[in-house]
Design a protein around this ligand. Structure first.
Ligand code: ZN
Length: 433
């Protein structure tokens, strides 16, 4: 398989660089996993695959900064419920089927869906991360995950001590699996599933391993009320008290942050993964990301799981994000260039990957996608950003590279047979009914 690609004469090259440049009729060279040149002057043709870009838009792969990939297996399983009702329904189904092999199958399905829709990186919190990571990496996704922490033995049956052991082993495990670089993450689920003592312990392990932390924070008003009732503190304040925020932390959701919470997040450099699809569907509320960003919080975008938003479509999340800003702050305040950064390089920043991915710049790792511009619903192009937010959808993604490896070619996965995967999934979930 070729390891060198030239996307020749791309109609649009959406760089998401510092100046948000959109170049026209520009060529891009991918070599040794990296973006090695933009408009290369001299070309060594050996082993080079040339792709005609004249009808293509090329851009960085999307970064989904909060999801639970294996829950693709529970798509449509818990409908017509709020977060509490959702959790109750889902936890029963998870207990019934989510063993390591099934989690791997769900992650494989999720990774396949993500890549086909143009997402090249996901921040994935789920049980049995060894199994899910090996499966998703095999599909070709830049799959960022880490050991998960619950007080009680959950569906994975692990005791607290076993979770701690798994965390210490995690960096070694990542080396063994290989694949695209991912940072070390630890994932305590939330302040309502993990005691303060345990959160404190996770923060110590994170410092020891130089790990980052991902957890759910202030997803609902009920979560805030519970924290205030039990501890007299908000979830963000509890993260501060327990030392969680001494490590770079990504808050999942953060729908309901107080001004004091925002101040803490800014001071400690915590970032937010905005998941409007899930938040609207579960009636959790709407995060005011314009306000967060104005005050200095890094905001990425996420789908949340396929049980709460039913697919991993980041284009839908982008469109919702833009429309919600418009509703709250007026159409003139929708900054699509910055929202595109949220879907790419700011999302990468939330994961500690901004030096490697998230924009098209020479020297960065080649996580790239192409959009086929020949579709009638993408014609004509008066405004490239408006096209990306309000007209492009997941099925318009044509080719995908992760770390310079092509993983989707002409809308087909390279490392997975879709028919065979579908059959395995349907057979496995059959027992739920
Ligand atoms: Zn979540």
């Amino acid at each position: 398989m070729s390891t060198r690609y030239l996307i020749s004469n791309a109609r649009y090259l959406v760089t998401v660089n510092e100046n948000n440049e959109i170049l026209e009729n520009t060529s891009l060279l991918i070599e040794d996993g990296k973006i090695s040149a933009i408009n290369p002057l001299k070309l060594d043709l050996s082993g080079l695959e040339v792709i005609d870009g004249s009808q293509l838009l090329v851009m960085p792969g999307l970064v989904n900064s909060h999801t639970h990939l294996a829950m693709t297996l529970l798509r449509g399983w818990a409908e017509g419920v709020d977060l509490q009702g959702f959790l109750e329904k889902v936890w029963v189904a998870e207990a019934a089927i989510m063993d390591p092999a099934t989690c791997a199958l769900g992650a494989e399905l999720g990774a396949a869906e993500a890549l086909l829709s143009g997402t090249t990186t996901t921040l994935d919190m789920y049980f049995h991360p060894e199994s899910t990571h090996a499966a998703a990496a095999k599909v070709g996704l830049r799959h960022v995950t880490g050991p998960i922490f619950f007080d009680k033995p959950s569906i994975d049956g692990l005791t607290w001590d076993e979770r701690v052991t798994a965390a210490h082993r995690w960096p070694q495990f990542l080396e063994e699996v290989g694949g695209p670089f991912i940072p070390t993450f630890l994932m305590p689920h939330s302040v309502y599933t993990d005691s303060l003592e345990h959160l404190h312990e996770v923060s110590s392990i994170a410092s020891e391993l130089s790990a980052r932390i991902h957890l759910h924070v202030s997803e609902t008003e009920a979560e805030n009320a519970l924290a205030l009732e039990l501890y007299g503190r908000t979830p963000t304040e509890l993260c501060l008290d327990t030392g969680i925020l001494n490590s770079p932390t990504t808050f999942g959701h953060a729908v309901h942050l107080s001004q004091s919470d925002i101040d803490i997040a800014v001071t400690k450099g915590a970032s937010v993964s905005h998941c409007p699809g899930s938040n609207l569907k579960l009636s959790s509320g709407i995060a005011d990301i314009t306000n967060y960003m104005k005050q200095g919080i890094v905001v990425g975008l996420g789908t949340d799981s396929c049980s709460s938003s039913n697919d991993l479509n980041m284009w839908a999340v982008m469109r919702l994000s833009a429309n919600l800003v418009s509703l709250k702050h007026g159409a003139q305040n929708v900054d699509l260039a910055h929202l595109l950064r949220c879907a790419t390089v700011e999302g990468a920043k939330a994961l500690g990957l901004e030096d490697r991915i998230g924009s098209i710049e020479v020297g960065k790792e080649a996580d790239l996608i192409t959009i086929d511009l020949r579709a009638l619903h993408l014609t004509p192009v008066h405004n490239v950003l408006a096209l990306l937010f309000y007209a492009v959808d997941k099925s318009d993604v044509k080719d995908v590279w992760v770390n310079g490896r092509r993983v989707v070619k002409n809308r087909e996965l390279i490392n997975v047979k879709s028919d065979e995967l579908r059959a395995r999934v349907n057979e496995r979930v059959h027992t739920l009914h």
